[in-house]
Design a binder for this molecule. Sequence first.
Ligand SMILES: [Fe+2]
Length: 466
Amino acid sequence: MKNLDDLSISSEELTKNIADHVPLLLFDLRLRDDFEESHVEGSVHAVCDTDAKEKIMPNIPKDTKIVLISEPDDFSKEIAEMMVSFGLDAHYLQGGFSSWSGKTVKGRTGKTISPDALYENLDDVFLLDVRNADEFSEYKIPGSVNIPLNAIFDTKTLEQIPKDKEIVTICPHGNRAMVANFALEQAGISSKTLEGGLAGWNQVLKPVTVVDGPTKVIQVQKIGKGCLSYIVVSNGDAIVIDPLYPFEKYSDVAKEHGFKITRVFDTHQHADHVSAARNLAKHANAKLYFSKYEGYEVDANFVGDDDEISFGNATLKIIHTPGHTPGSLSYLVDDKFVFTGDILFVESIGRPDLRDQAEEFAEKLYATLHDKLLSLSEQCLVFPTHHGEGVLDTDGAFYSTIEKSKKLPWLDLAKQEFINKVVAITVPRPMNYRKIIAINKGEVPLNITEIPDLEIGPNRCAVDSS
Ligand SMILES: [Fe+2]
């Protein structure tokens, strides 16, 4: 083992190593703001968290020289000692960042692509996911290829990477992907990191106009998670149903089209994503509406069965549709469009087992579907709050009709058979669902910076009847 007293590297030695093109991983452990203000050219910002300890360090080859930078140097010294105890060739910049006499640069580490820019260029890039195989199988960006970080350092596996496409490396937050960029660069392959990783990807919102008549329906999709939300406009007066973060997107769309958001609704207490209803209503100075059948600890207008609300020249009728949650509401606009939350999807029906009492919920779900939703006009368009993986869009949007919904699996079953099937479903619950529900109820304060991490992972609100 290395002598732990001898892990420091002076500014002069490091300058020489860089000039001599010694393969180096330069990790800056300071706060991101300090890093962006000024950092050693070629260094990457790194967070020394559990993910780094468990998923990055074991995957760095033992002969790769690592230099850590902090200010003062105590922290980098401590981490270098820990890395050496794992068998890595780690060092730290003596005297910390302030002792660096070489070239510095400002801003983020150069080679990144924002989630929005990636979305715009999806067809032109090679998506290289560097997480472990088990993480990849759980959730991924469609079309991405998995080469775990440790394999990236093995030049043989790099043959799978095309030469004619831009490479974008993907991991949960961008840290592992940065290390992968380094490994690729050593092999002469240039790449970019997805900024904020999959957590950042999950926050991309895409608006698609579905109905462009006197009443306009814009579906706003959270493309990384399959969450759907809506802006419905009549005579310049807009309502928003099930808004998602980042909520500023809805105001941007309203501004662009010249309408005003006057009311914000949630269909139910969501378990898989943080509702942006409260913050959007505040931001847009709009009225906020929640189900009166669900316990909220916030100021809002609480509505229920048969309530009616007018906006522009349109009328929204509220239908209590329990079964996914006890208080779920569906919103029927002008008898033409029904916003079903997580009760009725394009490809499936809602799952009733996110909370306890699955049997009772399944019975309610049966009644909701047969007595309330499927009895609407056959031409009525169905707009759900999610779509599953692999569900095909119609001109870029996800919606159905009552006529098509009647043909979904299980809807031809007799009541008891339906209940037995629904109760038997065991689909894993969304990650972090307890905390998300508590935030959406208003029980726990929301820290907006936590949202990408809370929402990481797929949505799991539908039943799998395949
Ligand atoms: Fe839900």
